[in-house]
Ligand binder design. Structure first.
Ligand SMILES: [Zn+2]
Length: 186
């Protein structure tokens, strides 16, 4: 069995009561999840699954550090993460009942893979603006980046002006032309 199996909770097989799980979300975890925001990290996940008669309450305590790119200099920086989240899970077929807090699992599957939920909870807690502490930025990159952004803004303004002058004729995209020919031949 692959390593990813370890994040799967066998809900159907659990006895009524409380069950504890502990995971380390390390670089390999973030690589395997392939989420867009995080590629590296070291986060401890303490997961409690409480099985009731007809539902499950899963709480996640996530604590650690992830690597993100600094908004100011684009170099890697450590972002501490500390949060608590929870999910309710129930068996059923009607996925339309699902929302941010409720997950519906078919009884036939009877299990839930937690990896994507844990990833999402961590990603959710990245502050909108994240920068190195004062003085720790790579000043060279930060300056180059600022210069580049200013240059790019100027360039965009120019392009917009140019586009404004171009008459919107009935030019046909050559790709459409080719497609039309193909269709006509058939
Ligand atoms: Zn920085």
């Amino acid at each position: 069995m692959g390593r990813e199996e370890t994040y799967i909770i066998p809900l159907k097989d659990l006895e009524v009561g409380t069950h504890q799980y502990r995971y380390t979300l390390d670089n390999r975890f973030f690589e395997e999840v392939e989420g867009p925001e995080i590629e590296k990290g070291d986060v401890q996940a303490d997961v409690t699954v409480k099985k009731c008669e007809h539902s499950f309450l899963i709480t996640f305590r996530l604590e650690g550090t992830i690597k993100v790119l600094c908004d100011r200099c684009l170099e890697e920086m450590d972002q501490p993460i500390s949060c608590e989240e929870s999910l309710t899970v129930k068996f059923g077929e009607d996925k339309s009942e699902e929302d941010d807090q409720l997950v519906v699992v078919s009884e036939e599957d009877g299990e839930l893979d937690l990896s994507w939920y844990m990833y999402e909870f961590v990603a959710l807690h990245i502050p909108i603006r994240h920068v190195h502490p004062e003085g720790e930025c790579d000043e060279e990159t930060a300056q180059a980046l600022r210069a580049h952004l200013t240059f790019k803004r100027d360039e965009e303004e120019q392009t917009e002006e140019e586009q404004g002058d171009t008459p919107t004729g009935e030019e046909i995209d050559p790709r459409w032309e080719a497609l039309k020919k193909l269709k006509d031949n058939n």
